[in-house]
Design a protein around this ligand. Sequence first.
Ligand code: ADP
Ligand code: MG
Length: 354
Amino acid sequence: QGDLHIDGVTKVFTDFTAVDDLTLDVPRGSFFALLGPSGCGKTTTLRMVAGLEQPTSGRILIGDTDLTGSRPYERPVNTVFQSYALFPHLTVRDNVAFGPKRRGESDALRLADEALELVEMTRFAGRKPGQLSGGQQQRVAVARALVNRPEVLLLDEPLGALDLKLRRQMQVELKGIQTEVGLTFIHVTHDQEEAMTMADTVAVMNLGRVEQMGHPEVLYDLPRTTFVANFLGQSNLGNGRVVDTDGDDLVVEVAGTTARIPKARSTVSSGAVTFGVRPEKVRISDERPRDAGNDVRATVVDVSFTGVATQYLVTVPSGSTWMVYEQNLDVERNHLRPGDEVWLEWSSGHAFGV
Ligand code: ADP
Ligand code: MG
């Protein structure tokens, strides 16, 4: 009960398919992120859940109730947009009390105060939106949606207008609010770090479809498509070929070397395969690793210090550029320079194939 089901939903605008046979099951009380590049159909999906847009085909249900055809205000759903859309002439408290008042609820102001407490905006209840910062206005917008006690709260890039620091802070706060109220949050973003930070489940969308869905750590560790491997963090990818199998491993020729991928970590079991390994899983050294196996010779092209890590760009024998992150545990160790011949090495358990 209270679960959201998007069941084979397609949305065609004239001759353009914005959402393509989308199926998602979102359990009640989860923090679910829809992540994807601009134009992949995220907003269209939310608008269909909200009832602002009708699917061309397919059904949307909350629990056993089919929402198809019901009006937006009849749905147990509220939306928070990037533009806060607060009423400028009303105080914060009256903005939040607006929905309950319109429904004739006698305790509208008490409900508004409760919602404002939840987003820690009690002190600002008497102000007008114009007297608030962007982050504070966004909190009011969240309170104004929560006061209606929806079963599902839709958030469409709600932090998009905030600067980076405030955004990081609001990510943690919004997640805290969701845990406290226990409602289903569907959070749309094109920011992979935001999705991974906030959500217990992430669906990666591309061209109107879900490419992969799951717990953020699982998506990051084991991407099943090259799109996901590149969209969620960085990946070193190489065109490879499966040349043999050895126990639980595939033996792959890639980037001018031979490397292993555990069979369970590859969507491909023979022939052409795209080999992948994350930059922070690769060790870089000017000495050949002792347990050779998953290693390759490389030439340093660029070294940049990012604070948390040093980022190396290197070329591997196939001519591709790979990236390596090395944590700055000991800055004095960072002695590699462009032009240096180095060895890269990783454990096969960190490689993946798609
Ligand atoms: P996102 O939110 O992921 O950036 P949208 O859902 O807004 O993507 O849009 C998906 C695609 O559908 C885009 O190519 C967009 O131009 C198109 N689209 C969205 N709304 C309409 C509309 N009302 N009419 C025609 N095309 C639309
Ligand atoms: Mg959008």
